[in-house]
Design a protein around this ligand. Structure first.
Ligand code: URA
Ligand code: CA
Length: 435
């Protein structure tokens, strides 16, 4: 352990110098143990944000974060445990589709998920819109459920990677979220502490992502891969588009409905394709398919035969939720007030401010402005158009759902400034930027 004071450790990064592994340990573990106060960690995060962490420092940061708490041991579950993570997007209900679908194909899914914050959605909030669903599981029940039905998703318990939870909460309010070394430490440490052997990462690029440019996203992807491998995990990154929302549903129960439709083979094309692409990597990494084509065929079959939806029902039931939602989505909450909004222009949809679409859903009640806000699980919006679509003045842009007219007004106003119409036709952005 380093014997420098926290103040002396801060001076090192303030002045642009580099740390030893012991010094990084002292900072991360000192903060997680409550020895270093929040004001010093806030200053450290800003110094790290501005002056960066080098290749070794980023690996040491990640490793120290893993050691800040307990780790989950998945060795009692047979097979290679593959986890999937997204850097955060809008209308991205992939996990709700992939978890049961991949499990139906023989790869166990033991996943810890988070809540939405800001304009991005979170798997736990979506699951909580299913009546009765429990997101808190005892570790032994979590493992038993994965062994029995192949899938369990729970809230990250507070004693796993506490450094990440504590640092993320400060980053969120100190303008230090979009730092590549800090994002890498946060994501990889969580996945390793959660027991993953292999990790498939969806690095989002575009107006709805933390990384707005392809160059930033490529650097993040290569760092995630490098650090994961340095710590002995197999990591695959795929860069996918966030210049428009992935699916058509933005909001918690609405995204559950969209996931169920996708498991029935009736989901939106881009979301379905993303599920095939990520699902096939998970099956090959999990060792149940020898190549992506075979894996893709298995996933298609699990959708066509209803095997994926059947696992979804068993999973919901195992965690106390009403499995009937898979057959009758009217059992899910939907906010009582709705409104169709029209495009108001003649031409072609040329782009979205995707973060703005997420913010519109937040204003309708679907997201939190701060960590402790309540959300309306039945609020949100269904988009009806995508980039490249020809539109008229009265073409429906979206249907909004909220608890009252005032919230509908606020959501509508935000949504109307989050898309663009051009007079000439435009080519839709590719779904994948790099595989
Ligand atoms: N997602 C995470 O889990 N951590 C980050 O720092 C950013 C996105
Ligand atoms: Ca999401």
């Amino acid at each position: 352990m380093s014997d420098l004071t926290f103040e002396e450790l801060l001076e090192i990064k303030r002045d642009g110098h580099t740390y030893t592994a012991a010094q990084i340990d002292r900072i991360v573990l000192g903060y997680a143990d409550g020895e270093m106060p929040e004001y010093q960690m806030s200053a450290w995060l800003m110094a790290a944000y501005i002056n960066g962490l080098n290749a070794d420092e980023t690996v040491w940061l990640t490793d120290a974060m893993v050691r800040s708490g307990r780790t989950i041991d998945l060795s009692s579950i047979p097979g290679i445990k593959v986890d999937k993570h997204s850097t955060g997007g809008v209308a991205d209900t992939t996990t709700l589709v992939l978890a049961p679908l991949v499990a139906a194909c023989g790869v166990p899914v033991a996943k810890m998920s988070g809540r939405g914050l800001g304009h991005t959605g979170g798997t736990l909030d979506k699951l909580e819109s299913i009546p009765g669903f429990r997101i808190q599981l005892e570790p032994e029940d979590f493992l038993a459920q994965v062994r029995d039905i192949g899938v369990a998703v729970m809230a990250q318990s507070p004693d796993i990677d506490p450094a990440d939870k504590m640092m993320y909460a400060l980053r969120d309010v100190t303008a230090t979220v979009p730092s590549i070394p800090l994002i890498v430490g946060s994501i990889i440490s969580k996945k390793i502490a959660g027991g993953a052997d292999a990790i498939v990462l969806d690095v989002k690029v575009g107006s709805g992502a933390f990384m707005k440019t392809e160059e930033q996203a490529r650097t993040l992807a290569s760092e995630l891969t490098r650090v994961g491998r340095a710590l002995g995990r197999d990591v695959v990154c795929i860069m996918s588009d966030m210049d428009q929302p992935l699916g058509m549903a933005v909001g918690n129960s609405l995204e559950v409905i969209e996931a169920i439709e996708t498991l029935r083979g009736e989901g939106p094309a881009a979301l379905t394709e993303l599920c095939y692409t990520f699902g096939s990597r998970m099956l090959t990494l999990g060792g149940v398919a020898t190549d992506d084509n075979i894996a893709r065929g298995m996933l298609k079959e699990a959708i066509e035969t209803g095997a994926g939806l059947a696992v979804f029902e068993r999973w919901i039931e195992a965690q106390g939720g009403n499995p009937q939602v898979a057959r009758d989505t009217s059992l899910l909450p939907l906010s009582p007030y709705s409104r169709d909004v029209t495009v108001g222009h003649e031409g072609y949809i040329s782009g979205f401010d995707t973060e703005g679409v997420g913010r519109a859903a937040m204003l309708l009640g679907a997201g939190r402005a701060t960590k402790d806000d309540d959300i309306d699980l039945g609020a949100g919006l269904m988009l009806h158009v995508r980039v490249g679509d020809r539109v008229h003045v009265d073409t429906p842009l979206a249907t909004l759902y909220a608890a009252n007219e005032r919230l509908l007004d606020a959501g509508e106003e935000r949504l109307m400034s989050a898309f663009r119409v051009s007079v000439t036709s435009v080519v839709a952005p590719p779904l994948f930027h790099e595989l």
